[in-house]
Design a protein around this ligand. Sequence first.
Ligand SMILES: Nc1ncnc2c1ncn2[C@@H]1O[C@H](COP(=O)(O)OP(=O)(O)OP(=O)(O)O)[C@@H](O)[C@H]1O
Ligand SMILES: [Mg+2]
Length: 365
Amino acid sequence: MSEIQNQEALQAAPSVNDDVLLRVEHLCQYFKVNKAVDDVSFDIKKGEVFGLVGESGCGKTTTGRSIIKLYDITDGNIYFRGKRIAAGIRTYREKIKQAREEMKNADPARKEELRQVILQQREEIRAAKRDHFAKENRCVTEIQMIFQDPIASLDPRMTVYEIIAEGLKIRGERDKSIIDEKVFRVLERVGLVREHAGRYPHEFSGGQRQRIGVARAVVMEPEIIIADEPVSALDVSIQAQVINLLNELRNDLGLTILFIAHDLSVVKYFSDRIGVMYYGKMVELATSDELFAHPLHPYTRALLSAIPLPDPNYEKNRVRVKYNPLSDHDYSVDKPSFREVAPGHFVMCNDAEFDKYIREMQQEQ
Ligand SMILES: Nc1ncnc2c1ncn2[C@@H]1O[C@H](COP(=O)(O)OP(=O)(O)OP(=O)(O)O)[C@@H](O)[C@H]1O
Ligand SMILES: [Mg+2]
């Protein structure tokens, strides 16, 4: 397998791709009982909407929360504008452990080599901790998150004004007239009115509450917004309004958006590229058009088969396919990794699947 075919291709890009705003590299977030996010890599270019989809519990929110540093990540790196803002140390620790193990039976020359390996890994750990806990990285306000649950994420004891102004105050803004101006302007920007500022979250509808969440994020003038299923708790008619609002903000403010959703229909028209997650892993990543035209991973195909279309002929023939990892893959010997099957189109697959996907793509051309 050539280097370009595996995940190295994703890693090699920062210097080549100056327009990359956010880079998530081999991100792992392990909790006591499960690996919520396990070796996930992707990057988001400036001005792009990147959709992250997958069923409930696959690790989407955990990925978002890791990016805004609500967790100390287990492993991997997160870069924002080329600067490392978060780093995990698991890999370095494991290398030290392996070196110690090997040292037990090594000859003196090899022992010296291994000692150097350990010193080097210790240096990596120091650097990772330094970047991860750097004061300026702890409060990266240019990354804002709109939370999944608009009710739970808005403090019921705070007025809308206080909720929206909070971030500005934390950032150090003291001038009341500037805060007023920003709060009132952003309220109008998201389709609410000044008079709403004095009210409390429970006095609003679900769609309005989500607008408050959007206002709280947008008022910080972030570079990137992580919108975590911002519409899934809303009625279908309201969903379209909130999506339109995000789309307007993206066009008017040049926002970059990481848009999290659990089904593909919501992200289809809105996202430039889409990453599909399954049980903590990224299983496919491509541009929206490419993913819908040539879905390769069986899980992506299953997700696509679940989308109803307003076309009776299509609906008559639509067959829902289920994804069953145990029968869909044989990973007993030939192990999978995340590989590039066409420029910019990555799939989690093993050697046999890789060859099959390449053949399928060639036949379609
Ligand atoms: N703080 C935590 N401690 C322990 N386990 C957690 C924690 N947060 C999430 N998990 C677990 O990690 C996995 C991924 O959760 P996550 O919330 O990221 O999923 P999700 O893709 O956002 O799902 P949903 O679509 O339901 O929001 C789940 O199994 C969840 O139970
Ligand atoms: Mg979630």
